[in-house]
Design a protein around this ligand. Structure first.
Ligand code: NAD
Length: 355
């Protein structure tokens, strides 16, 4: 018997990346899953792969309260109840504190922070009516450690941890546990442009991808260009090259991807493809170097060594590994756990790598 037998879980941002991995694992563990995203074609494909008895897809723009209500209605209509939520949808914009347009800041807040709030607000009453259940919010390593060029993103992820604690307190007596995950560098389209390309998203121009991922609105050119002070795209070139070359990282293996982690990448494409680039910058800063400059000048081959050195386990994480943490926090194995952040980062946050 699966660990989620009889459960009904809503997963936001489930068209790809970690959200799709969570939907697949949850369905395999016996749950019925309502997948929501703004990438409708990809989301429909994941739901079809799981089959109508296990999964349904609905267009869900997490910024919009009416969209959340419609998703709740769709879950109730299809499966009769909701007793689980994974707030996974998110976007990344990599930009300097002094160069971030306020519209870009607000867009990141709208998706990552307001989206998480609206998900909990809308579904908590349904989960309570079902007799209790679980909420898993997706924060980030960036909620716990400073990362250059991630003001907006890090702010929203910090807010998610704060909301997680408050929600855990308010909802405990309704039988609802609320926890958060803090992934480090995970090999998904957000952090690896090569994956975005494989999924039919455009690289480089980024606008189409960004538009899709953000629900049709482009928050400002700077984001797509990944500007940083000085106008440089941190790591953009390195990432792009890395993503093509994509050698597996050392150790257990690569998530298949280019070790770009964070891509620095990312950012270039921002948005959908957008990388968690931030990470890159972050990494760099973690490594004690001038992030942008260090990553920007890094050759593809160097990226592998970069991650191998930066992350104690020597590689990026796989979305399936994050899905297993989401499963733990959504099933009875974590029955006495609520209000906590769970870091999943290959040891990145443990300290400064010197080996
Ligand atoms: N990949 C990493 O390295 C990393 C690290 C730390 C945290 N995270 C977080 O993990 C979560 C999942 O990201 P991922 O790595 O799978 O990236 P991803 O870009 O592959 O997936 C994010 C999903 O969210 C969806 N989305 C974006 N805007 C939306 C909106 N307005 N409404 C509904 N859906 C929307 C996208 O379409 C996409 O399917 C995000 O919250 C991200 O911030 C990722």
């Amino acid at each position: 018997m699966g660990k989620l037998e009889g459960r009904v879980v809503v997963v936001s941002g489930a068209a790809r990346g970690q959200g799709a991995a969570e939907a697949r694992l949850f369905a395999a563990e016996g749950a019925r899953v309502l997948l929501g995203d703004v990438l409708d074609d990809q989301g429909e494909r994941v739901a079809a792969e799981l089959g109508p008895a296990r999964a349904r897809y609905v267009h869900l723009d997490v910024r919009d309260e009416a969209s959340w209500r419609a998703a709740a209605d769709a879950a109730l209509e299809a499966f009769g109840k909701v007793d689980g939520l994974v707030n996974n949808a998110g976007i990344l914009r990599f930009n300097g504190l002094a160069t971030t347009p306020v519209e870009e800041f607000r867009e990141v807040v709208a998706v990552n922070q307001t989206g998480c709030f609206l998900g909990m607000k809308t579904l908590a009453p349904h989960i309570a009516r079902a007799g209790g259940g679980t909420i898993v919010n997706t924060a980030s390593y960036a909620a716990l450690s400073g990362m250059a060029f991630l003001t907006a993103y890090a702010a929203t992820k910090g807010a998610i941890l704060s909301m997680t604690r408050v929600a855990a307190l308010e909802l405990a007596d309704r039988g609802i546990r609320v926890n958060a995950m803090c992934p480090g560098a995970i090999d998904t389209p957000m952090a690896n442009p090569r994956q975005a390309e494989a999924g039919g998203l455009r690289l480089g121009g980024g606008e189409k991808a960004t538009e899709e991922a953000s629900g049709g609105r482009l928050p400002g050119g700077a984001a797509s260009e990944g500007q940083v002070p000085g106008g440089q795209v941190p790591g953009g070139e390195a990432v792009a090259r890395g993503s093509v070359a994509g050698e597996p990282a050392r150790g257990e293996g690569s998530a298949g991807g280019a070790p770009d982690a964070h891509g620095s990448a990312s950012n270039t494409d921002s948005g959908a493809a957008g990388t968690d680039s931030g990470a890159v910058g972050a990494d760099s800063s973690a490594a004690g170097t001038d992030g942008a400059a260090a990553v920007d000048g890094m050759a593809v081959d160097g990226m592998e060594a970069f991650y191998a050195k930066l992350i104690p386990q020597g590689r990026m994480g796989r979305p399936e590994e994050v899905a297993r943490l989401a499963l733990f926090l959504s099933c009875a194995d974590s029955s006495y756990v609520t209000g906590q952040p769970f870091v999943i980062d290959g040891g990145w946050l443990a300290g400064v790598p010197v080996l």
